[in-house]
Design a protein around this ligand. Structure first.
Ligand code: 1YM
Length: 214
């Protein structure tokens, strides 16, 4: 009963959200378990997790342009022109964007190793990036609509998914800012990003990578 009162006290969260927050909190408590280290390796690994999702989409035959922008404040934006992360309701009762960016080890195809084409170092997924970020914003243009969802302070949902209206574009744009409370350093190294993107571009000839260092 005490548990119930606690859960119902916050109108933003239902039972499944509670599990989500506990999941992401586990990542924040032991981040090394999920990204390997808290030095620049772990920091840059966050970019690869998001880029790998964009690569998976392009490898599946949707879109061919991936743009990575390093902003002055050390946030990073990764944009692709694939189908866009699905924007509708997931069977868990929350929008699919929320599942992708806040569910740890989400079920179904998320767990299917054969599904992932590119290989994140640990294959831990985008939700780990959410957990270790001050904020993560996702804009998805999918099936004619554009939506926006923001996660703050390790995955807290301040507003429900925003519908930004109709669009004839498709694709996903993710911006995140790593949390200095978690990482030893939150300063990205443009050379590390550039080198990795060059390797990717060499291996994946069909995909056009663009790197913008602001
Ligand atoms: C900048 C990062 O994550 N792109 C992206 C992700 C997905 C899709 C498209 C997608 C996948 C599928 C169907 C599918 C993801 N979708 C999911 C899930 N870019 C980036 N682009 N439609 C769109 O796999 O069937 C996870 S990732 F599970 F929600 F479908």
């Amino acid at each position: 009963m005490a548990d119930n009162i606690k859960k119902n006290a916050n109108p933003n969260y239902n039972d499944s959200n509670i599990e989500v927050l506990e999941g992401l909190e586990a990542v924040r408590k032991r981040p090394g378990m999920y990204i390997g280290s808290l030095d620049y390796h772990g920091l840059h690994h966050c970019i690869w997790e998001i880029v790998d999702n964009a690569i998976d989409e392009a490898m599946a035959g949707y879109g061919k342009n991936i743009t990575i922008t390093l902003h002055k404040d050390n946030s990073v934006t990764i944009q692709d022109d694939g189908r866009g992360v699905p924007t509708g309701m997931h069977k868990s009762g929350v929008p699919t964007t929320q599942v992708v960016y806040t569910f740890l080890h989400a079920g179904g195809k998320f767990n299917d190793a054969s599904y992932k084409v590119s290989s994140g170092l640990h294959g831990v997924g985008a939700s780990v990036v959410t957990a270790l970020s001050e904020y993560l914003d996702v804009v998805s243009c999918h099936d004619g609509i554009m939506v926006h969802q923001r996660f703050e302070k390790g995955g807290k949902i301040i507003h429900k998914q925003e519908n930004l209206g109709k669009t004839n574009k498709t694709g996903t744009t993710v911006t995140f800012k790593p949390d200095p409370k978690i990482f030893d350093t939150v300063v990205f190294d443009r050379k590390i990003i550039e080198n990795r993107l060059r390797e990717n571009a060499f291996l994946l000839k069909r995909i056009q990578f663009t790197f913008i260092d602001e």
